[in-house]
Design a protein around this ligand. Structure first.
Ligand code: SF4
Length: 282
């Protein structure tokens, strides 16, 4: 049975079935993206909304999303297109747009301040072929590309898109293997590798959503920011960190929103190691 090598799950996919993310299938014995070109959301967003604070400030970006995700965050903020039952219905209902059509639209939007295309909303890397094909065309049209990702993809897959991505916001959802493995079904080591390889080639900002009693200790933030500071030193680059506030959502409604004072305290902790740290959702 063919194996998908996009992420650490290495799903074995039977003909006509989908992998864990709901976005990849097996056709004629090969693993392909079932969500290729299936667009579920599109908007001309301010670049700050990605969030990117230190890349093309004040500009806008045509932001598009498909469906599917390889993590299972119980607090998901885009569950309708990521991993709820409804998300997996989009294979039938989402409208198809070719890479050419997306780039044509992005060019049309230039007079409105558009700099290019952002791949966002669901997890774009589970359909990396569409990201790659669209981003290459977009670059040829003189546009820029942004990727908003959970960073859960193999190095070889990342290499397929890195040459045409200008900026990324990557979630670093915590700095504990236990959080990644047990709470969100992820792999911290894979995400760290993804971040490191991306920092080398393009502008990277990171986002950490602070959830009460899950990843909100000062020790964890000190360890996370120290690791980011080492990367900054190694690659002689600045890596802005967004520390954002949790609100109860989806399957995690038993917790209170993160206190604003906690966010500012953790910003102070991170600022001991990093120059650019931004509070979010406060
Ligand atoms: S990308 Fe999807 S199908 Fe591929 S290994 Fe990951 S979860 Fe499985």
């Amino acid at each position: 049975m063919p194996i998908c090598n996009v992420c650490f799950r290495h799903c074995k996919i039977e003909e006509g079935k989908t992998g864990f993310c709901g976005a990849r299938t097996c056709r004629d014995g090969k693993v392909v993206a079932a969500n290729y070109g299936k667009i579920t959301s599109a908007a001309l967003d301010p670049i700050e909304k990605k969030p990117l604070k230190m890349f093309r400030s004040g500009k806008k970006v045509l932001s598009i999303g498909s469906y599917g995700c390889n993590l299972r965050c119980p607090f998901c903020q885009n569950s309708d297109i990521s991993w709820s039952e409804q998300a997996f219905e989009y294979e039938k209902y989402a409208e198809y747009f070719s890479p050419e059509e997306i780039v044509e639209r992005a060019v049309e939007l230039k007079p409105k301040g558009n700099i290019g295309v952002a791949f966002t909303y669901n997890e774009p890397m589970v359909g990396y072929e569409f990201v790659r094909d669209t981003a290459r065309l977009s670059k040829k049209a003189g546009l820029e590309n942004v990727l908003v990702t959970n960073g859960t993809a193999d190095t070889d897959v990342l290499e397929e898109i890195l040459d045409c991505i200008d900026a990324m916001n990557i979630d670093l959802k915590a700095f504990s293997k236990d959080f990644y493995h047990n709470l969100i079904g992820g792999d911290l080591d894979m995400t760290k590798r993804f971040i490191e390889n991306s920092v080398e080639k393009c502008h990277v900002e990171l986002t950490t959503l602070i959830i009460p009693d899950e990843n909100d200790s000062e020790d964890e933030m000190a360890a996370l920011s120290s690791w980011v500071a080492e990367l900054e030193k190694r690659y002689s680059k600045k890596i802005p960190l967004h520390i954002t506030r949790f609100f109860p959502r989806f399957h995690m409604t038993d917790k209170e929103p993160t206190p604003v004072s906690k966010i500012f305290r953790l910003v102070d902790v991170a600022k001991q190691k990093l120059e650019y740290v931004f509070p979010g959702n406060v």
